[in-house]
Structure formats: C-alpha cells, structure tokens
Design a protein around this ligand. Structure first.
Ligand SMILES: [Zn+2]
Length: 113
C-alpha cells in the first residue's frame, strides 16, 4: 500500500504545519502530483479520507493538481513535456531525455480554519 504510506506522510506534514502555525482545523489540502511520480490520484483520494480520520485533517477536502512531466531533450536543447518516463522527445523523437520535473508529490497549500 504505497498510497497509504504517502497519505500518512501528507498528514504528518499537515500536523507539523498545524503545530508551527497553530491552527486547529484544516478545510482543504492542495496536493501537487507529478505525472511521472507513479502516484495514482484516485488511490490517494481514497486513502486520504481513511488516514485522516481522527486527525486534524479529518473531513478536509483534498484538491489534486496534476503537474506535467518535464524533461530536457539533449538533441533539441530544450525542455519538453512528456507523459511517461522513457517516452521519446515529442518534438524530435530522441530518447536522450533527462527528466527534470514532474516526479514529485508535494503539499502545495493548506486551507485552514
Ligand atoms: Zn527533442
């Protein structure tokens, strides 16, 4: 249960923020999920609700922003958008790509009460 562990991590971040900024209720959690992160947004939504029970984030709305996969194409010398890892460059077909973005999942912002 990869997503379960990720959700526990999200709750951990939220609880730490709550301690630092002293709020007691979270209305929404905005999460960025990179296209290359191997994280399934639907699974995250499902797990989040379960993991959030009896925590500060119970009942919080989860907003998911999908961020694109970005790679640097050595042949074109420019950044290109890719949908999957090991995909060829969409503009020249080269496989000489270096992934530079879209691999991460992070809490973008919290809406608190
Ligand atoms: Zn290219």
């Amino acid at each position: 249960m990869h997503e379960m562990a990720l959700c526990e991590g999200i709750i951990g971040i939220v609880e730490e923020e709550a301690r630092n900024r002293s709020f007691s209720r979270v209305k929404a959690v905005c999460l960025e999920i990179g296209a290359l992160s191997h994280v399934a947004p639907e699974a995250i939504k499902f797990c989040f609700e379960a993991v959030a029970v009896r925590t500060i984030a119970q009942g919080a709305r989860l907003e998911i922003i999908a961020t694109p996969g970005i790679a640097w194409c050595m042949a074109c010398s420019k950044s290109v958008e890719i949908k999957q890892r090991y995909e060829p460059c969409p503009s020249c077909g080269s496989h000489q790509l270096q992934v530079t973005g879209g691999e991460e999942m992070r809490v973008n912002k919290l809406e608190v009460a």
